[in-house]
Design a protein around this ligand. Structure first.
Ligand SMILES: C[C@@H](c1c[nH]c2ccccc12)[C@H](N)C(=O)O
Length: 381
């Protein structure tokens, strides 16, 4: 997995062999009928695929372009995460592993991992920063209710980045019985390409649904970008088409501010969590109103798309995202996740600029988890 120099395996020696073993296992199992059949069956009967493609007519009228929403918010767990956790957990099971570990910050990926672990009868341990355990109590309860162990990480900033570090160390020591289920298109090879492949079911369905509905391909495909898995899952099916790609990053207080999570719009090259990619500058502290985008790096394939000009990335501020969060809720009766709202706000900018007539947006998650924050931001009482 080299993405024009980005990606690779920038890891300490103890991880090299485990990663080579995982890459071999993935390449051997992924194309087998047994794997493909069981994964397709579970995606349908457990996760709820295919998800609908919804034409948002009220938004289309007010924004001035035809807006189509790919409804990953309707999946089991409320977001696209389950596509990846089912794929990787099934791979681990068929490879004879007995244990899953994962990182999480917002708790979304941890919850989706616990779902797959419970379903497939795999011992599941989630690494989560102590600070996040305290501020994401609901997700901690959900993980424990499904039988997962939530392991508090108390080093450094006690956040997502430290949880990834600890999970990678665990993986290096326990590769014989443990699979590290990475939560986005990040980390050392093979993780970015493996997670992309599992999430690409989103774009494959959307491409077929859009053509059936309109007889054409969309002018543009838009998604939010934290680690970048839902965006890459949407983009991948259209990579050889004349479809423009746009990623909305966590612009926080502004991509030119010192508090954001927008390494593509305003960062530099760097190595993080085993991958060469783009990271936010040293004088910037990672921040986004949405926990799911609150990560200082990004998937290396996005760094390549940016460099090649195949995709454009913009930092969407907290305010812009909150505006889109409210507008979709009021216009169409759909409450999006705060993360997803960054993609919606970007689609609104594109529509109003008149750049594209048809815009496909990945509705990557629902906003139920964000109600406390919404009540703080808006007067809902
Ligand atoms: C999006 C998801 C996540 C989980 N692992 C990640 C790695 C890189 C970027 C994002 C993630 C989220 N932050 C979570 O904690 O579940």
């Amino acid at each position: 997995g080299d993405f024009a120099g980005y990606g690779g395996r920038h890891v300490p020696d103890p991880l090299v062999a485990p990663l080579e073993q995982l890459a071999t296992t993935y390449d051997d199992i992924r194309e087998t009928t047994a794997f493909q059949t069981e994964l397709r069956d579970l995606l349908e009967s457990f996760a709820g695929r295919p998800t609908p493609l919804f034409h948002a007519e009220t938004l289309s009228d007010s924004w001035g372009a035809e807006i189509f929403l790919k409804r990953e918010d309707l999946l089991h767990g409320g977001a696209h995460k389950i596509n990846n956790t089912l794929g990787q957990a099934l791979l681990a099971k068929q490879a004879g592993k007995e244990r899953l570990i994962a990182e999480t910050g917002a708790g979304q990926h941890g919850t989706a991992t616990a779902m797959a672990g419970a379903l497939l009868d795999l011992d599941t341990e989630i690494y989560m920063g102590k600070q996040d355990v305290e501020r994401q109590r609901m997700n901690v309860f959900r993980m424990r209710l499904m039988g997962a162990t939530v392991n508090e990480v108390t080093r450094g900033e006690e956040g997502l980045a430290e949880a990834v570090d600890v999970a990678l160390e665990d993986f290096a020591h326990n590769v014989d019985d443990t699979h590290y289920l990475v939560g986005s298109v990040v980390g050392p090879d093979p993780f970015p390409r493996m997670v992309r492949d599992f999430q690409s079911v989103i774009g494959e369905e959307a491409r077929e649904q859009f053509q059936d509905r309109t007889g054409e391909l969309p002018d543009a495909a838009v998604a939010c970008v934290g680690g970048g898995s839902n965006a890459m899952g949407l983009f991948h099916a259209f990579r050889d088409d004349d479809v423009a790609f746009y990623g909305g990053e966590g612009g926080g207080e502004g991509a030119d501010s010192e508090r954001h999570a927008a390494p593509l719009a305003a960062g530099t090259e760097g190595v993080l969590h085993g991958m060469k990619t783009r990271v936010i500058d040293d004088d910037v502290s990672v921040h986004s109103v949405s926990a799911g985008l609150d990560y200082p790096g990004v998937g290396p394939e996005h760094a390549m798309f940016r460099e090649l000009g195949r995709a454009q990335y913009r930092g969407i501020t907290d305010e812009e995202a909150l505006g889109a969060f409210r507008e979709l809720s009021e216009s169409e009766g759909i409450i999006p996740a705060l993360e997803t709202s960054h993609g919606l706000a970007l689609a609104k900018q594109l529509a109003e600029d008149g750049d594209h007539e048809t815009i496909l947006v990945n509705l990557s998650g629902r906003g139920d988890k964000d109600m406390a924050q919404a009540a703080e931001q808006f007067d809902l009482s």
